[in-house]
Design a protein around this ligand. Structure first.
Ligand code: SF4
Length: 360
């Protein structure tokens, strides 16, 4: 394994209940399964030579649904890798976190939390099969701030079945009242096999989704959030370093079922089956990435952010002079500007259409 991997992702595949939109790798929480999963994770972590990461992200699933003992064990296993970490994030769900768990997070150096709110509307939360309300989130944010864990992100989903513009406005108003530095907003996609899919739910039409996106952007920018990536807004200095790693197309390591990693010009996708993982029978799918594929993916990822594509880095990574090779595309799209050796797309809402030109 390369010793230059800067980012580590650990997937905790357990949840206490299953959300209607969920397509992530998840299984229902069972204490003994978590213990077995921890034993296997310990083995994976022991195999990592690289002991320093710039960012660590514990995602899920619901990492906070582990009981206090298990959460402590997980954090102790990761401890040797977190010494020099700049950003150490854990995802939490409001109904499965309490004061003791928060103290533990602080003790082990977690310095960023990401809370799944999704909506502050009780009716929509019910449709999503979420088991919390806005007051729970408010309480969690207060507890985190009390422990000095101020770097908080909130996840919101919009374009939900039956959601109105008024519902979205109220959720944004509620989230703004929390005074937190980072907000991620995802429009709903209904994946095959999810509860929404089985129940025949549909997201809102494209026009409404676009109006909602426009409203979100306008409102959050007015409140001094930087729209630094298509779906992400942050107060200055609070952009997610871990996710910026993905958008910068850095190499990263992903552990546990369903996690993806990328290093040494290969993408590694772990099998989603927890039992296979626990029994050490899991198979990782390895995809070799050609120089061209990596170059395209790098363009695609980096243009999602306001910082754009670093042209010098691009040349070093792929031995391709970007301005030379893609001159026609840059000339064709007035949405592109070049600033400080970075190519920036000023209209990221049409990025997918622009990217088609790079595929030809
Ligand atoms: S908490 Fe997250 S991973 Fe678990 S079911 Fe809900 S969306 Fe899926």
């Amino acid at each position: 394994m390369s010793s230059f991997i800067k980012h580590l992702y650990i997937h905790v595949p357990f949840c206490k209940t299953i959300c209607s939109y969920c397509d992530f790798t998840h299984v229902l929480y069972k204490e003994d399964l978590v213990d077995k999963w921890l034993t296997r994770l310990k083995k994976d972590l022991l195999e990592i030579n690289n002991k320093t990461f710039e960012t660590i992200y514990i995602g899920g699933g619901t990492p906070s649904c582990l009981n206090l003992r298990q959460l402590k064990e997980l954090l102790s296993l990761i401890k040797p890798f977190s010494k020099d970490v700049l950003e150490y994030t854990i995802e939490i769900n409001p109904e499965s976190i309490d004061k003791d768990k928060i103290k533990l997070l602080k003790e082990y150096g977690i310095n960023r939390t990401s809370i799944g709110l999704q909506s502050s509307n009780d009716r929509l939360l019910k449709i999503m099969n979420r088991h919390h309300n806005f007051e729970d989130v408010k309480r969690v944010v207060e507890m985190l701030k009390k422990e000095g864990l101020n770097n908080i992100s909130i996840d919101i989903i919009y374009s939900l079945p039956t959601q109105t513009m008024e519902d979205l406005k109220k959720t944004l108003e509620d989230v703004l009242s929390l005074d937190i530095p980072h907000i991620s907003l995802y429009s709903l996609t209904i994946e095959k096999g999810t509860i929404f899919d089985k129940l025949g739910y549909k997201p809102l039409d494209e026009e409404m989704e676009a109006d909602m996106y426009e409203y979100i952007e306008k409102t959050l920018v007015e409140h001094d959030y930087i729209h630094y990536e298509i779906a992400n807004f942050a107060k200055e200095g609070y952009e997610s370093k871990h996710n910026l790693g993905y958008w910068n197309y850095d190499d990263y390591l992903g552990l546990c079922p369903g996690a993806v990693g990328k290093y040494n010009h290969k993408r590694y996708t772990n099998n989603r089956n927890l039992i296979d993982y626990i029994e050490d029978k899991d198979i990782t799918e390895i995809e070799e990435l050609t120089n061209e594929e990596e170059a395209f993916e790098n363009i695609m990822m980096s243009l999602r952010t306001i910082y754009g594509l670093d042209l010098k880095m691009f040349k070093e990574r792929y031995q391709i002079d970007f301005l030379d090779k893609y001159k026609n595309i840059i000339d064709k799209h007035s949405e592109f500007i070049i600033k400080d050796d970075h190519l920036i797309c000023l209209k990221r809402e049409i990025l997918n259409t622009i990217l088609l030109d790079f595929m030809e």
